[in-house]
Ligand binder design. Structure first.
Ligand code: MLT
Length: 392
């Protein structure tokens, strides 16, 4: 047998796996040290009561013959599709039930969605960028071009009419920089995509962290998006589902590639390769979108955003330039004293037992930058800023 040789073009390891290995080694060498982890964006607060109760009830149903369920619907159960549609309606976005495909999270869909597109498509990615968008296209052997985010454009690159692209990834609020596109900026991307006959894969995994009502939470708030975009949503950060796994992808009925309906193609792909998210988890996800569920999740998000404020205030007082942390759980900072991203990573780990994510792991424009997440416990965040401030 032969391997897919595109894998030879990948870095040896996925960014967060590399970090986990380095941290595990440091822990093995320093077993007594208390390591604070503000690296991977993993939540620390438990699931909300309403969600847990819904899952318990669903588990009981699975143990009773009259309410037991076998295989689910390929697009997800109607009760969850309807709950997601109602959530979008609150922001003025109308969705048809069959446009909503329930999934096991944003990461899988961000990679898998490419299954339905030819290898010859040119993929446009911002830089810095969530590595999944890049690595999954390297695996498929696609040409990837980049548009640069930097301090002068606020890490929000805009489309350039002269650049030809077929598939465009946009993440807003952005992972890793925390920057958020305005409505006008997203409109420019939507117009560009429609002119180019290109597809936008919009990752809205962090939309629940937006507190500024003027900022768009969904690309479908923008006119014209239904003919050029799909949106990938996730309950990982919104509702603490990183270990529970549930997300969704919205594929508008109007979205066409030539004579082909993208919705139909994605349905065809999912029905073949994916048997859905378990009934118990989908009931938990449904509970997220109830009034009680949303208010419990909001309390957790407020807690994390309190952490983000502590991180940002500390960086400001240390004179370290940073972005994000206001409508996003990520704080993106310039490494102090001109250090490279991995140099700063090593220094923080070795001298402060503090883990973050080197900006260079998100692309060449991330070199010299560093990402901290606000998903830690309050005590850890307070201790982390203390350790940061004592760093020589
Ligand atoms: C992140 O920290 O960027 C993500 O949570 C990691 C991932 O999804 O792989």
């Amino acid at each position: 047998m032969k391997i897919n040789t595109n894998f030879e073009n990948l870095k040896e390891n996925y960014l967060f796996a590399t970090i986990a290995e380095r941290v595990a080694k440091h822990k093995a060498d320093n077993p007594m040290k208390n390591i604070i982890r503000l690296g991977i964006g993993d939540v620390t607060l438990p699931l909300s009561r309403t969600v847990v109760n819904a899952m318990k009830k669903a588990a009981d149903e699975m143990g009773d013959k009259p309410t037991f369920r076998g295989y689910g619907e390929y697009r997800g159960y109607d009760f969850l599709q309807n709950a997601i549609a109602r959530y979008y309606a609150k922001n003025g976005v109308t969705l048809v039930r069959d446009e909503i495909f329930v999934s096991d999270g944003a990461k899988s869909d961000a990679g898998n969605f490419l299954d339905i597109f030819d290898k010859s498509n040119i993929v446009l990615n911002p830089d810095p960028v969530y590595p999944v968008y890049v690595d999954s296209n390297i695996m498929a052997g696609r040409k990837i071009i980049f548009t640069n985010g930097n301090e002068s454009n606020g890490f929000l690159p805009m489309p350039c009419a002269k650049t030809r692209a077929d598939i465009i990834y946009i993440c807003s609020p952005n992972n890793p920089t925390g920057a958020v596109y305005t409505r006008d900026a997203l409109r420019a991307w939507v117009d560009y995509a429609n002119e180019q006959n290109a597809l936008i894969i919009f990752d809205s995994a962090y939309e629940a962290f937006i507190s500024d009502d003027n900022l768009p939470r969904s690309i479908f708030e923008i006119d014209g998006a239904r003919t050029c975009a799909v949106e990938i949503g996730s309950l990982s950060k919104t509702a603490g589902f990183t270990g529970t796994r549930c997300g969704y992808t919205i594929v508008p009925m109007e979205l066409m590639a030539g004579k082909h309906s993208i919705n139909k193609l994605w349905y065809r792909r999912q029905a073949t390769k994916f048997n859905g998210v378990s009934y118990v988890i989908q009931r938990g996800a449904e509970a997220v979108f109830t009034d009680e569920g949303l208010s419990e999740c909001k309390a957790n998000i407020d807690y994390y955003m309190g952490n983000a404020r502590i991180l940002c205030d500390a960086l400001t007082s240390m004179g370290i330039s940073h972005t994000g942390g206001t409508n996003s759980p990520y704080v993106w900072l310039r490494c102090p004293n001109g250090l490279g991203s991995w140099e700063f990573f090593d220094k923080l780990l070795n001298e402060a037992n503090l883990v973050g994510t080197p900006g260079a792991g998100f692309g060449k424009m991330g070199e010299g930058y560093f990402r901290l997440t606000a998903f830690g416990s309050r005590e850890d965040v307070i201790e982390a800023v203390d350790r940061l401030s004592k760093l020589k």
